[in-house]
Design a protein around this ligand. Structure first.
Ligand code: ADP
Ligand code: ASP
Ligand code: MG
Length: 469
């Protein structure tokens, strides 16, 4: 049976006009598919505002978080009035909106009193953006004459309790999807599912990490054995670089699962890095399309693509990082230094994005998110207390404000000359390369540069290895 999952991102459902456009897209395709599921994000900027509310509550800034909550209430109400005209729909939606907003107020008040917010609390708060928006989009679809019903993914996607970055439990999710979504689909109703949101087996709300609505679409695609998954966003597809930075970036018509996984892992925000896992498992073609330019073809992502072996397909960046270095001449002879260093990092729950170890073993460098730096340094210093006191290790230090720029492409590692061209391009532009990693996979070369050089480095590398081919 042909099944399509369509996901609309934050900008694609960011205001009444965008929601109307998204609805007309759904309407134009729904008859082509036996089963159609819609997944929606929160309106653009709403998740950020919810996080800000919680943070302001922690700081005790009551007036500020309350005014932000009022702003959220006003924005949702005005979108609702613009898009829903049916009186009965409005009568049902209005109290539902007010209920979510007063829940938000109450959570913020408790955070204010406690002076802290847990990861679990943050998930409950951030889930509200999608939970408010799905009923609105469902009502808008009904307004266009389609049978649609909002579904809260907390009822559908079962995860572990890794709050803020939860991992789905495949079997439990499949059971719920069969129980809740399949009957709707059999009745030709379009479920409008909240992206990003999930829950533990006990029903405690979790989220799939920032940008997680793409992942929701992929998880549902897997559970329903979908024929295709389409993610509708605000650019024409996956591009050779972030078009906001590299203005002459081009759309990539076709990519392989592995290339896209690598691209997303190395920071191309257009897809959540975990999106490809459920897709690969069932070999489901994925399309990335532009809500505001639906006539353009978009990017097709399939198991193996026609993309040229050895060519660089895209340049990506990961920002807000620091480079931590453990160094000392006496490190050379001590066995297990690297293992102990990374064990100390792991104890802080920090993810290491890149490692580079000088063969002399006089230093180990690795890149981690800046927000985890102070905990990580402290943890390594206590692990290496003895070595530091003996001066076998001289110091553990961090260089802040660095960025990983990655060139991604199939078979890139085996093609001679590309790394050289990347470095000459950077050399000519007098951009200093802080560290390099190439061995991590067959599909990428990563370099570390200072934040101030990152945009320029992207444009230079893009020009040299993509535009000049
Ligand atoms: P959505 O809300 O639709 O999920 P996102 O903001 O999460 O949208 O992702 C789309 C954005 O990703 C684009 O507006 C673009 O600026 C950015 N982006 C970064 N790298 C790429 C890339 N390689 N190709 C396309 N877009 C990219
Ligand atoms: N609303 C969530 C976020 O902003 C999830 C998503 O948009 O995909 O991170
Ligand atoms: Mg996104």
């Amino acid at each position: 049976m042909s099944t399509l999952i369509m996901k609309f991102g934050g900008t694609s459902v960011g205001n009444a006009e965008a929601i109307a456009q998204a609805c007309s897209i759904v309407k134009s395709y729904h008859q082509d598919w036996a089963r159609l599921v819609v997944v929606v994000s929160a309106m653009r900027g709403v998740t950020d505002s919810l996080i800000e509310c919680a943070e302001l509550a922690v700081q005790g800034e009551e007036d500020q978080y309350q005014s932000l909550i009022e702003q959220l209430r006003a924005n949702h109400h005005s979108a609702m009035k613009d898009i829903v005209s049916d009186e009965m729909e409005l009568e049902q939606l209005t109290p539902q909106f007010d209920e979510y907003i007063s829940e938000l107020s109450e959570y913020c008040r408790s955070i204010h009193v406690l002076g802290e917010v847990t990861a679990r609390g943050m998930d409950t708060i951030t889930s509200l953006g999608e939970r408010i928006n799905a009923p609105l989009v469902a009502a808008a679809l009904r307004g266009q004459g389609l049978a649609a019903q909002a579904v809260d993914a907390a009822q559908l996607i079962v995860t572990d309790n890794s709050f803020q970055n939860a991992n789905p439990l495949e079997e439990a999710t499949r059971i719920k999807v069969n129980e809740i979504l399949v009957p709707l689909l059999n009745e030709k109703v379009i479920p409008v599912v909240t992206g990003f949101v999930a829950a533990t087996e006990q029903g405690i709300v979790t989220t799939l990490g920032r940008g997680g609505s793409d992942y929701t679409a992929a998880i549902l695609g897997n559970s329903l054995d979908a024929s295709e998954v389409w993610t509708w966003t605000d650019v024409d597809g996956v591009m050779t670089a972030d078009p906001r930075i590299v203005t002459n970036a081009m759309v990539i018509p076709e990519l392989s699962f592995s290339e896209v996984s690598e691209l997303a892992y190395f920071g191309a925000k257009v897809l959540h890095p975990k999106t490809l896992r459920p897709i690969i498992e069932r070999d489901i073609p994925l399309w990335v399309k532009n809500t505001f330019n639906p006539a353009s073809t978009g990017t097709k992502v399939i198991r193996s693509s026609k993309s040229d072996e050895g060519k660089v397909t895209a340049i990506t960046t990961i920002r807000n990082l620091s480079l931590v270095t453990v160094e000392g001449r006496g490190m050379l002879g001590i066995p297990g230094i690297a293992a102990r260093t990374f064990a100390a990092v792991a104890r802080q729950g920090a993810s290491v994005l890149m490692i580079s170890q000088a063969s002399s073993e006089q230093s180990i460098c690795f890149v981690i998110p800046s927000k985890t730096v102070s905990g990580v340094i402290h943890s390594i210093e206590s692990e290496m207390e003895l070595e530091l006191s003996r001066r076998d290790i001289d110091r553990v230090w961090a260089q802040p404000e660095i960025v990983i720029v990655t060139a991604v492409g199939a078979g890139l590692r085996t093609t001679p000359g590309i790394a050289g061209r990347v470095f000459s391009a950077l050399g000519e532009a007098r951009i200093n390369v802080i560290a390099i990693a190439q061995g991590s996979s067959e599909y990428s070369i990563s370099i570390v540069v200072a934040e101030k050089d990152a945009d320029d480095a992207m444009r230079k590398i893009h020009q040299e290895v993509i535009l000049n081919g």
